[in-house]
Design a protein. Structure first.
Length: 318
């Protein structure tokens, strides 16, 4: 119960603040775009760089990536097959599968894991985030292109372009930059981040979690529920229950992994769908209603499923 009061209430209470600000017109769509840009291009990069600069490469374990993405990709293709059985077109099947597997690891995940575990929990989370967009969004973009492009040369070019766009995503370079800087400071005596620069980064990093949550809540208020919500309810159930259970079983019985890292991977898998699902759907004008509903429904329902996950995993608030 402590975890619910000290983790769930602050996280979703801040999301609710963003929702109220947007619904009351205090945070208009133009303002939300500005807040999103500040959060993604200044606040989160500072947090990610600062967190990863204290990590050493030898402390990283690739098992958590194998567990998370092995389970995620397996579930992705299961949902693709399910969509095909329902006579969905390739593009709709892709959004159906992506809605079931892609987590909001940045906007909600970083604050949530920070409140639950502090800096140690961010290390495995950021490892997952660094590849999440690159793998799932690139794969999804490729499948969407397959429906609209016939020539393999064009498909390969599009796949390369999609991968390059994901690498340029504002949350990915700071993770690797922080890792590289951390290694350099450990190898070169006297090399360190200047104190005044670190204070600026610390100030920006401190603002990242609440701003990310306000952004998430305001985005929900501006989107709303569309028609044909039933299939989105199915993807939300898979995302919030089947995905984390699959990750936990794989990590618990197939690998030997640090308990903290397994809890972080499981909770990340239990997070609601990320806004990038909606953005991919908008980009290809396919499955927009499904993607929108999946993000909204999974975010609302995750209040209860994440509470249950915290209790089942025995997580205690810091």
């Amino acid at each position: 119960m402590n975890a619910i009061l000290n983790i769930i209430v602050p996280v979703f209470g801040t999301v609710a603040v963003g929702w109220v600000l947007a619904r009351s017109k205090l945070l208009m769509p133009e303002g939300l775009r500005g807040l999103t840009n500040v959060t993604f291009y200044a606040l989160f990069p500072a947090l990610l760089f600062r967190s990863m600069s204290t990590v050493r490469l030898q402390a990283l374990s690739l098992d958590v990536l194998v567990i998370f993405f092995g389970a995620g990709l397996a579930l992705f293709f299961v949902m693709m097959a399910f969509g095909r059985a329902l006579a969905m077109r390739l593009g709709d099947r892709t959004i159906f599968a992506l809605s079931s597997t892609f987590s909001n690891g940045v906007g909600i995940g970083i604050p949530f894991i920070s409140y639950a575990f502090g800096p140690p929990g961010l290390v495995p989370l950021l490892m997952i985030i660094s590849l999440n967009s690159l793998i799932l969004l690139t794969l999804s973009s490729f499948l969407m292109e397959m429906e609209t492009q016939g020539r393999q040369r064009d498909l390969l070019r599009k796949l390369g372009g999609a991968a390059l766009r994901m690498i340029k995503h504002p949350v990915i370079p700071p993770i690797f930059a922080g890792l590289i800087w951390g290694e350099l400071t450990s190898l070169v005596p006297g090399l360190a981040t200047p104190a005044v620069v670190d204070r600026v980064l610390q100030a920006l990093a401190t603002a990242a979690p609440p701003c990310g949550l306000i952004m998430a809540g305001a985005s929900l208020a501006h989107v709303g529920i569309k028609e044909h919500w039933q299939m989105a309810a199915v993807t939300s159930a898979v995302k919030l229950a089947v995905m984390p259970l699959t990750v936990w079983v794989a990590g618990r019985y197939l690998f030997t992994i640090d308990p903290l890292w397994l809890m972080v991977a499981t909770l990340n898998a239990a997070l609601p769908g990320g806004a990038n699902v909606y953005l991919i759907a908008q980009l290809y004008r396919t499955g927009v209603g499904l993607a929108t509903n999946a993000v909204v429904i999974s975010t609302g329902a995750s209040i209860f499923t994440l509470s249950a996950a915290l209790l089942l995993l025995g997580v205690e608030a810091r």
